[in-house]
Design a protein around this ligand. Structure first.
Ligand code: SF4
Length: 272
């Protein structure tokens, strides 16, 4: 781990080290991109987004808005491209890995292969062994775990040449400041926060019942697409929501609440 000041100092002492800011389409990483651009313009930042190909339309719109506002290009890193798999119309990275590598076995909180193959490995391959500072939007007031549960703050990669930096922790930026940074800049928060608490894939299994209900309302076509991934084999059900399929769940007449927007749970790589 390096401090923000150490990373900034390295611009002169070690100019070959890359500075990579990972954005997820969520508010904290977006605020980090704005904060660094406004307060540390000397950082030669590369902005990257690990694109599963199955993100919400609002996420892509938000990233475009960020690019226009900051005058930067956000590099979309795609697992198919970084794995050398030929592009094909209608084929996205999630579908390829689900079918070719995981035999249709849907990811879940206990078997989270999606984060590893769609976010972490493409990020590492993109960097291709370069030394880099990896800027992560963990706030000073949160206690979130990464892909590998650990006592240390979350990292995107465990590789030693990819050194995590937590500017919000170093500069004491908490949730109120994150909202202020986004408001003042004109970027605001992503539209999907009106009905969902996290960035990430439209079918993300971290969604809670209230979010699935609102996915159906706001993007019925994506709800239908999520349903198509589910299947039954013998007495085994492969579903997104434990214990019942989305087809069963849509008949539930209870209106479930939305989870809190600022909760610290969920994956630090996909949901910052
Ligand atoms: S957003 Fe959810 S489903 Fe998508 S890669 Fe992350 S953990 Fe997996």
């Amino acid at each position: 781990m390096a401090t923000l000041q150490e990373a900034v100092k390295s611009i002169e002492t070690n100019p070959e080290i890359r500075h990579v800011v990972s954005v997820s389409g969520g508010k904290d990483s977006a605020a980090l991109a704005v904060y660094l651009k406004q307060n540390y313009p000397e950082i030669p930042a590369e902005y990257v987004f690990c694109d599963t190909g199955t993100e919400l339309p609002e996420t892509y719109e938000y990233l475009e808005k960020m690019e226009a506002l900051l005058g930067v290009k956000v590099k979309h890193i795609n697992a198919l491209e970084t794995s050398g798999i030929k592009p094909k119309a209608g084929r996205n990275a999630f579908d390829w890995f689900l079918k070719e590598r995981y035999g249709g076995f849907l990811p879940s909180p206990r078997m989270r292969w999606c984060t590893r193959v769609l976010k972490i490995q493409p990020f590492e391959r993109y960097l291709a062994n370069s030394e880099c500072f990896s800027y992560i939007g963990i706030r000073a007031d949160e206690n979130r775990e990464g892909y590998v549960s650990q006592k240390k703050p979350p990292v995107i990669s465990q590789r030693p040449e990819i050194v995590p930096v937590y500017p919000f922790r170093d500069d004491g930026i908490r949730i109120a400041e994150v909202y202020k940074i986004l408001d003042d800049s004109g970027l605001g928060i992503p539209e999907y926060y009106k009905w969902r608490s996290r960035s990430g894939c439209f079918f993300c299994f971290y969604q809670q019942k209230g979010e699935w209900q609102r996915l159906k309302k706001n993007h019925p076509e994506l709800y239908e697409a999520a349903k198509k991934y589910e299947r039954t084999e013998g007495d085994k059900q492969f579903t997104w929501v434990e214990g019942r399929s989305l087809a069963e769940f849509e008949n539930d007449t209870t209106v479930y609440p939305l989870p809190q927007l600022d909760s610290d749970d969920g994956c630090a790589i996909c949901h910052l």
